[in-house]
Design a protein around this ligand. Structure first.
Ligand SMILES: Nc1ncnc2c1ncn2[C@@H]1O[C@H](COP(=O)(O)OP(=O)(O)OP(=O)(O)O)[C@@H](O)[C@H]1O
Length: 294
């Protein structure tokens, strides 16, 4: 169990990136969803003990993370948004090197672990290729392999599917789900689909605060009967936005579909639609009229 209590962080330039974040995270995949600048990466780096919060507490399995960051790092796997690799070094050699840094001192044990991870991430046949020549998807999978070195208890993945093609994204999702069966995985993303497909629990973060937390299915259910759609001309969208709580707009066959949150039909011509997680996300960002945290 991972608990974050009242974490706050203000950068030297005055930006308050975290404003009292409190969350409880169990085994499995936990999705942190939020727009750019919400504070996701700051929170991920804080969880990875790469930077300290100004205040607050992090406890993993009863141990105070900030009191002993070194012990925490041994139980941690981290896949940052961007990671550099030494040019010309093969996947197997780099994993071996990283395993050594992670404290897997015994050569044979290291070789076994590296081989197992290369198989698990479907990179075994590419093990002799330099990681800097890998495609985006292969690089991400390599990132997961290095995050799994040393058998961590907590895995942190920051925006893992950005830039992946659908097939690689799918493959990456399978890998994350499988990992989530045994450990805590905290996944940050601005892609609603990632959370819908992967996470039994989630939180929506914006401007350094948790707006909403819960099970995606239950959060969607809470919007049932309250989402309405109408196809309109593009020029009228601003008028609708000014008078109704518009959740989202979408181009469809040359016209625009708007989705509105309302307890009853907002005006003639709107039809009810089943809510989805995107509606939950936009309603939370819009001020949380749907926000009934569970
Ligand atoms: N090192 C830093 N110094 C100053 N401000 C920072 C620093 N890192 C992040 N910020 C600011 O803190 C806020 C939160 O940024 P953060 O990168 O944590 O958000 P994010 O949700 O991960 O966004 P993105 O998806 O764009 O990475 C932003 O306003 C950002 O400009």
């Amino acid at each position: 169990m991972l608990t974050l209590s009242d974490l706050s962080k203000t950068y030297p330039n005055g930006v308050q990136a975290l404003k009292g974040i409190t969350l409880s995270v169990d085994n499995g995949l936990f999705g942190l969803l939020g727009p750019n600048g919400a504070g996701k990466s700051t929170l991920m780096r804080t969880l990875a003990t790469l930077q300290e919060p100004d205040s607050g507490r992090i406890v993993l399995d009863g141990q105070d993370v900030l009191a002993d960051p070194q012990a925490h790092r041994l139980r941690l796997g981290y896949l940052p948004q961007e990671f550099g690799v030494y040019p010309g070094v093969s996947a197997a050699a780099l994993l071996d090197h990283l395993a050594l840094l992670k404290g897997v001192a015994h050569r044979r044990q290291r070789a076994e672990q590296v081989d197992a991870l290369l198989h698990r991430t479907n990179l075994y046949e590419h093990r002799r290729k330099a990681v800097d020549t890998f495609s985006g998807g292969m690089r991400r999978r390599f990132g997961i392999a290095q995050a799994l070195l040393g058998d961590p208890r907590l895995i942190i993945v920051d925006e893992p599917t950005a830039g992946l093609d659908p097939e690689e994204r799918h493959r990456f999702h399978d890998l994350l789900s499988e990992i989530g069966e045994r450990v805590i995985v905290v996944l940050s993303t601005h892609i609603v689909e990632d959370v819908r497909e992967l996470c039994p629990r989630m939180a929506i973060l914006s401007e350094g605060r948790v707006l909403l937390e819960g099970e995606p299915d239950r959060l969607v259910e809470a919007l049932s009967g309250r989402v309405w759609r109408k196809t309109v001309d593009r020029e009228t969208v601003a008028t609708y936005r000014a008078s109704l709580p518009v959740l989202s707009t979408q181009r469809h066959a040359g016209r625009t579909r708007i989705q509105v949150l309302a307890d009853s039909v907002p005006e003639p011509g709107f039809e009810p639609v089943p809510p989805d997680l995107e509606d939950v996300y936009f309603s939370a960002l819009a001020g949380g009229s749907a926000a009934r945290p569970c």
